[in-house]
Design a protein around this ligand. Structure first.
Ligand code: DQA
Length: 139
């Protein structure tokens, strides 16, 4: 099984960025833990602050991988282009967020990508990614 994790803008700063909301762990550190937890799964990781690069990565893996775990960061709330990219590929996408976007500012309550995704997991910190992995494995 091959799973692609894609993190969007500002998520390269996890561990440093607003730690009271997003925690103190860097994503690289968490990724090692996740890989140990799912030794039989090939887990690939990509992060970009650039919307078009996120779209390119979805196109690149979206016809061969078994699943994409996407935290689109703030593009979640703005990007019809990401919605279209998710619709355009065969690989199912699970939307994840560290924070509970429904419990935050009203502009975070709308996800432009949710309707194109298999499902959404939000509010469990880094564990949101593990829960998405479980969802793909239990399919
Ligand atoms: C986020 C939530 C988004 O609203 C925000 O713009 C982020 C992170 C999350 O993981 O909680 O960058 O996607």
């Amino acid at each position: 099984m091959r799973i692609q994790i894609i993190n969007g803008p500002n998520l390269n700063l996890l561990g440093k960025r607003e730690p009271t909301i997003y925690g103190k762990t860097s994503f690289d550190g968490y990724l090692e833990i996740l890989k140990k937890e799912f030794p039989d799964v090939f887990i690939d990781y990509f992060q970009s602050n650039i919307e078009g690069e996120l779209i390119d990565k979805i196109h690149e893996v979206g016809f061969s991988y078994d699943g994409i775990i996407l935290n689109a960061g703030a593009y979640t709330h703005t990007s019809i282009a990401l919605y279209d990219a998710i619709k355009a590929v065969d690989t199912p996408v699970i939307e994840v967020h560290l924070s509970n976007i429904q419990a935050r500012e009203s502009f975070r309550h709308v996800s432009m990508i949710a309707a194109a995704c298999k499902g959404s997991i939000a509010g469990f910190g880094m564990d949101s990614y593990r829960l998405a992995m479980e969802a793909f494995l239990n399919k």
